[in-house]
Design a binder for this molecule. Structure first.
Ligand code: FES
Length: 106
C-alpha cells in the first residue's frame, strides 16, 4: 500500500491548473476543476502519450497527440482512438494541502 503523497498547497493549484507528481514510478496528474481536485494517471491508453499538455474542458482532458478524451472523475475513455480507461486515484485535502495516493496495489 502506498503512502499519501503531498501534491501542493490548494492555493498553488488553482482552477484550470494541474501538477504531475511521481508516485512510486507512476506519473499522476492532479487537476483542479472549479475547485474540485481529480487525480488521473498521466498516460493515454491509446499509445502511452502524456495527457497533460492537452486541453481541459470541464471534467474532460484531451490527449494532445491524437485527440482521445478522458473523464477526469472516472478515467473513462470518451472517444476514439482510446477505448480503455486510464487509472484514477483518491485525493485528500488536509490543512489546505492536496494529497494523492496510488491505491491500485492495496
Ligand atoms: S496517444 Fe493519446 S490519443 Fe494517441
Amino acid at each position: 500500500m502506498s503512502d499519501w503523497i503531498k501534491v501542493a498547497a490548494c492555493a498553488e493549484l488553482v482552477p484550470g491548473c494541474w501538477r504531475v507528481i511521481d508516485v512510486d514510478g507512476a506519473q499522476i496528474a492532479v487537476v483542479n476543476v472549479d475547485g474540485g481536485y481529480y487525480a488521473i494517471e498521466d498516460v493515454c491508453t491509446h499509445d502511452g502519450g502524456e495527457l497533460t499538455g492537452g486541453t481541459l474542458c470541464g471534467f474532460e482532458i484531451e490527449c494532445p497527440r491524437h485527440g482521445a478524451r478522458f473523464d477526469l472523475r472516472t478515467g473513462a475513455a470518451l472517444c476514439a482512438p482510446a477505448y480503455e480507461a486510464t487509472a484514477v486515484f483518491p485525493i485528500r485535502i488536509e490543512d489546505g494541502v492536496v494529497w494523492v495516493r496510488d491505491d491500485r496495489w492495496d
